[in-house]
Structures are given as structure tokens and as C-alpha cells.
Design a protein around this ligand. Structure first.
Ligand code: G1P
Length: 290
């Protein structure tokens, strides 16, 4: 498989899990420490060698594209005030990747969102990153999949083991481990009932796919929740041309889950030398550390 240079990041969801914070701000723009959630995702893409980011948006999400563009007025203010470190910070965000976007005019599901990006993706292998899933530590998340996809010339989905009581929140795979942490995918099922899950290996919002996925997406009927599910198209593709799953390493935060969102904030606060001790000190006032 050729090197992967494009990523599709669907950002058209309502973000109901993040209400009321996301009432008028896209959930992808909520900050974790000093950056919006979406910036961590785009940084992971950039560190993995991705050059083009395709956002699948809706009418309320243009602020996401703006975040990755220059803000000349603000740059002028910072320059005149001599705040050159801040100037550098905001310019760097605009220079990370090329940004493209396409509207998902009806919210018919994740599979439908990806299908909207078809013309912008063209006929090359591409990545998909779900904007709520943040991955940290070691080799950048999507790079872990790209390495296997390119070496094996196969489509690859990223998985992690989740507790048995969480399998109904994810796409779950049934696979055979063919080398440590790499599985041949036999079946995939979107949000199975707990008693029917084929395993605890959950798809974690990272995919590297061949462009034929669009042919499968065009054919899938509404599935779980009445939506066009990416997982259902993946099933067709796995059956007809094979697919691998890679058990991803590193930490994952689901930014749409409040406990994980808040943990991520504290985690990144603690990484910052100038904040660490004050933050720990304040936390000690109301947390009993063992
Ligand atoms: C989507 C996919 C699901 C996957 C999950 C990862 O679900 O449909 O297969 O496990 O992302 O975050 P969503 O969270 O959009 O309901």
C-alpha cells in the first residue's frame, strides 16, 4: 500500500454527551488544558506523516477550520505587544497540515460522514480518525496502523481491550491473532449486546483503509440506531478482501466522556512543569491520595 497522506476526521456530530458545554461550541473545540480537543487529533495525524486533513463538518462547525488557519488580526496584536512566543504558538497551528472540508448535510451516521469525503479522498488509501478519541504515548496512534497497513497491503482497524460492561458502546471485532497484537478480522459488530459480543476488542476510532471502502459504504443499509454504520461497511470489506486489526498501545481518552475528559485535563496539566506542583497541591485539598 502507498504511504497514507490523507485523513478524514468526521466532526459533524451533535455532541449531545458534552451538553450543555457543546450547545454553541463544537465539542471538538472544548479545551483539554490549553488546546482544543481537535488539535490533539490533528497533531497525532501530523506526527504520523499525514499532510491533508479532510473535516466532515456541518453548518455550525466552521470554527474548527478557522482554528487551523491564520488569524492575521490576532497575530498583529501579539506582534505589536512583543508576545512572540504566543505568536509562534498560534502560527504553528495554522501551518501544521492542509485543511479541506466537506459538509455532511444530513447526519445519517459515521459511515455516511466518511462517504461524504469520497471525492476529496480520491483513489488512495486513507486514514480515518474519530475526533473524540485521543491517543497518547509512544508511536502516534494512527502511525501504528499505517505501519502495518503499508507493510501488509491491507486495511487495518485499531482496537483496544475494553471491560465487558463497555462492549455495547463500541464496534467489536472477532479475529484470530496472527502475530503479537495483530488480528485477522473475521467479523465486526456495531455495539453488540453484552451477552452477544464476540470479544472485548473494541474499535477505538482509528482506521487505515483502502478506497474500496466507499463501494461498501454506498451499499450498506441503515444498521445500529438506524444509522449508516462504518462498521457494517467494514464487515463487507473484511469478507471480500480481508482486513487486519492492530491492538494499539498507549493511553486513550474518550473526550466525550466527562470522567475521561477531566482526567485528560489533569494529565496534561501535570505534564506542564510550571503547573505541576501547584496543581497537585490544590488537588490534595479535596482528593484523598492513597
Ligand atoms: C464509533 C464507531 C464504533 C467505534 C467508536 C470509537 O461509534 O461506530 O464502531 O467503536 O466510534 O469511538 P460512536 O462513538 O461514534 O458512537
Amino acid at each position: 500500500m502507498d504511504a497514507v497522506k490523507k485523513v478524514v476526521i468526521p466532526v459533524a456530530g451533535w455532541g449531545t454527551r458534552s451538553l450543555p458545554a457543546s450547545k454553541n461550541i463544537p465539542k471538538e473545540m472544548l479545551p483539554i488544558y490549553n488546546k482544543p480537543v481537535i488539535q490533539y487529533v490533528v497533531e497525532e495525524a501530523q506526527r504520523s506523516g499525514i499532510e491533508d486533513v479532510i473535516f466532515v463538518t456541518n453548518r455550525d462547525k466552521s470554527v474548527i477550520e478557522d482554528h487551523f488557519d491564520y488569524n492575521l488580526q490576532l497575530e498583529g496584536v501579539l506582534e505589536r505587544a512583543g508576545k512572540l512566543d504566543k505568536l509562534k504558538l498560534i502560527r504553528e497551528v495554522a501551518e501544521m497540515v492542509n485543511i479541506m472540508s466537506v459538509r455532511q448535510k444530513k447526519q445519517l451516521g459515521l459511515g455516511h460522514a466518511v462517504l461524504c469525503a469520497r471525492d476529496l479522498v480520491g483513489n488512495s488509501p486513507f486514514a480515518i480518525m474519530v475526533g473524540d478519541d485521543l491517543m497518547f504515548g509512544g508511536v502516534p496512534g494512527i502511525k501504528q496502523l499505517m505501519d502495518v497497513a503499508v507493510a501488509e497491503n491491507m486495511s487495518v482497524v485499531g482496537v483496544m481491550e475494553v471491560p465487558a460492561d463497555k462492549v455495547d458502546k463500541y464496534g467489536i471485532i472477532d479475529g484470530d491473532e496472527i502475530s503479537p497484537g495483530v488480528y485477522r478480522v473475521n467479523n465486526l459488530v456495531e455495539k453488540p449486546e453484552r451477552s452477544k459480543a464476540p470479544s472485548r476488542l473494541a474499535i477505538v476510532g482509528r482506521y487505515v483503509l483502502k478506497p474500496e471502502i466507499f463501494d461498501f459504504l454506498k451499499q450498506v443499509k441503515p444498521g445500529h440506531g438506524g444509522e449508516i454504520q462504518l462498521t457494517d461497511a467494514l464487515q463487507g470489506m473484511a469478507t471480500s478482501q480481508g482486513m487486519l486489526a492492530v491492538r494499539m498501545s498507549g493511553m486513550r481518552f474518550d473526550a466525550g466522556d466527562w470522567a475521561e475528559y477531566l482526567t485528560a485535563n489533569i494529565y496534561f496539566g501535570l505534564q506542564e512543569e510550571s503547573l505541576r506542583y501547584e496543581l497537585l497541591d490544590k488537588l490534595k485539598n479535596f482528593v484523598q491520595f492513597k
